[in-house]
Design a protein around this ligand. Structure first.
Ligand code: ATP
Ligand code: MG
Length: 587
């Protein structure tokens, strides 16, 4: 990707409510970043000199427990796009506070997916686990300041005492234990002296709050698990809701943009950061959380849990299956980063949940591919046509434009000979009304070649048509200014049998056959589209042998296809259908 395209702000235009908030903040200068005071926080912090120059700071904070999906693409475009638009910075931060499910493999895959989308975080790569020391110190501080306590109720008791939406919670018997007791217990927890589940550290806020998230939420728990970065240094881990605000504040994030389900967590986010700032552990100004509606896309699922299930139960062929809405899958599908950019622009951001039609995404891909994809000829369902009056061993050159709207892309040679593969559906024994292609007695143009007249056909022993006889009109070659002007209504594509190559073609379609998989409590697996993948052997023109891996072509009349060479069998290139030329799902 060329440099100038990196981190371009286009994806967040036109204006939206988040831009409005940022512009108001910038006008008030409320986020002017002061030099980092440098006392609290991890020591390595001071290395990030660039921290003081950005006007705003956003972050993309995936948990490295799976592959990124199309929903993440929306969040990536939003966060990196806003940073670029306002001369800010967007941090790539791994929210790796949950040791059990996280792996280096995901860390690597996530970085490569963000880069593939065209974004770059420069030196702003962070890991929440780098802040574990600070988070722990902050926890001790909260205990000392009377804002946290170690609770030794078991999980059941905690649940029962939490109350309900209409009923206040009951304070734990440990809530008012002496500060030193809690401190001692927390240190013992850290030393591994207690069992998982035997106690937790809780914030001390308000057991009667109408917002259940403020009823003394847990902030540290015991997990005797190895972490992919800190190994066995810790056996207590911060809860996500405690860790995330601290990560944002330490990195001096100005606008912490997340999806709507975190709206009810915002009071705790603010409570926590304000307590730590009052205690001198954090500097002002503090980050502010802003929620937006997550992407919901019809005919697919965007929840990591469901994606994992599809992969583990082999409903698809791995994380990069071209039918999955993962970014690695999209890449093998031939979807482009530019298409995602268009998509992000088109769907915008809002505060209310809604569904985006899958066809909107497909249209974005079509739009981009239509501009850039070279045209090629492929016969997907071949049947042989023989030109009876064409010399047996003759071969001649025809020329086809690589792009009809862009002559700069030039032409290529397609060889013509006596025997050709054409599309089975381009012939009809008994033509229906309005069928202008091949039937006995009719004339069509072989695209970029001659006009031919169908004279007869043959059938195999089972009665299937297997050979079509034609005669060509020698003075009708395309591109010849002196050619005889013969009018025909049909125009068909073809490849020379002698020079064509076999390739494997996967025709991918939507993974689910209904717009809202699993709607109404149904098992979402029941809605899988049984015809989401068809494999066939096609005949393609020789120029396709030079296809590069991940290069996308338009196969004339068929759609866009990507060369999936990494998954090809030796000597048998594989092409995946990215998208058809038109939306075939429209009612
Ligand atoms: P899932 O809900 O699919 O399990 P997640 O939210 O657990 O995904 P994270 O790794 O926590 O995945 O997500 C990283 C970022 O991507 C978060 O800021 C989250 O808000 C955002 N994100 C996740 N899913 C979507 C979505 N469907 N639309 C927009 N943003 C999303
Ligand atoms: Mg999440």
């Amino acid at each position: 990707m060329n440099e100038s395209k990196k981190n371009t702000p286009a994806a967040v235009s036109p204006s939206n409510f988040i831009r409005h908030i940022i512009e108001t903040d910038l006008a008030k200068d409320s986020f002017a970043l002061r030099p980092w005071a440098g006392t609290p926080g991890p020591a390595h912090w001071h290395r990030h000199a660039s921290l003081d120059t950005a006007k705003i700071r956003t972050r993309f904070p995936p948990e490295p427990n799976g592959y990124l999906h199309f929903g993440h693409a929306k969040s990536i475009h939003l966060n990196f796009g806003l940073a670029a638009l306002y001369q800010g910075a967007c941090h790539m931060r791994f929210d790796d506070t949950n040791p059990e499910k996280e792996e280096q493999e995901y860390v690597d895959a996530i970085q490569s997916a963000v880069r593939w989308l065209g974004f770059d975080w420069d030196k702003n790569l962070y890991f929440a686990s780098d802040y574990f020391d600070f988070m722990y110190e902050a926890a001790e501080y909260l205990i000392q300041a009377g804002f946290a306590y170690v609770d030794e109720q078991n999980a059941d008791e905690m649940r029962q005492n939490r109350g309900t939406l209409t009923e206040a919670g009951k304070p734990s018997v440990w809530r008012d234990r002496p500060v030193n007791d809690s401190l001692l217990r927390l240190r013992e927890m850290r030393q591994g002296l207690h069992e998982e589940g035997s106690m937790v550290l809780r914030a001390k806020i308000d057991m009667a709050s109408p917002n259940i998230n403020l009823r003394d939420p847990a902030i540290y728990r015991i997990r005797k698990a190895e972490h992919h970065r800190t190994q066995n240094r810790w056996c207590i881990y911060p809860m996500y809701t405690y860790a995330h605000p601290i990560e944002d504040a330490l990195e001096r994030i100005t606008h912490s943009i997340c999806t709507l389900e975190f709206e009810d967590q915002r009071p705790f986010y603010d409570w926590l950061l304000n307590r730590l700032a009052e205690g001198g552990l954090l500097d002002l100004p503090l980050p502010q959380q802003i929620e937006f509606a997550r992407l919901n896309l019809t005919f697919t699922v965007l929840s990591k849990r469901k994606l994992i299930q599809l992969v583990n139960e082999h409903h698809v062929d791995g994380w990069d299956d071209p039918r999955l809405p993962t970014l690695v899958g999209a890449r093998r599908r031939g979807f482009s980063a530019e298409g995602f950019r268009l998509f992000a622009e088109r769907i915008g951001v809002s505060k209310s949940d809604s569904w985006i039609e899958f066809s909107v995404l497909e249209d974005c891909m079509r739009e981009h591919l239509n501009e850039v994809a070279p045209r090629r000829i492929a016969v997907l369902d071949p049947i042989k046509l023989v030109i009876d009056n064409y010399p047996l061993d003759q071969e001649e050159e025809c020329f086809a434009p690589n792009h009809p709207q862009n002559p700069l892309l030039g032409v290529r040679m397609v060889p013509l000979s006596r025997e050709l593969w054409i599309e089975r559906e381009d012939f009809m024994e008994t033509p229906t009304k309005g069928f202008f292609r091949l039937f006995v007695g009719n004339q069509v143009r072989l695209r970029y070649g001659y006009v031919v007249k169908c004279v007869s056909f043959e059938k195999d022993s089972e009665g299937h048509v297997n050979l079509i006889h034609c005669e060509y009109l020698p003075n009708t070659k395309s591109g010849n200014p002196n050619a005889e002007p013969v009018k025909v209504k049909g125009n068909i594509h073809w490849v020379s049998c002698k020079k064509a190559r076999d390739v494997t073609v996967h025709l991918y379609d939507r993974l689910f056959s209904v717009a809202h998989p699993g709607e109404g409590g149904r098992d979402f697996l029941e809605d899988l589209n049984p015809a989401s993948k068809k494999t066939l052997i096609a005949q393609v023109e020789p120029a396709l042998i030079e296809a590069q891996c991940e290069q996308v072509f338009q196969f004339e009349r068929h759609g866009y296809f990507v060369a999936d060479l990494r998954h090809s069998q030796p000597g048998m290139p594989q092409f995946n259908r990215t998208v058809t030329l038109r939306d075939s799902w429209k009612k």
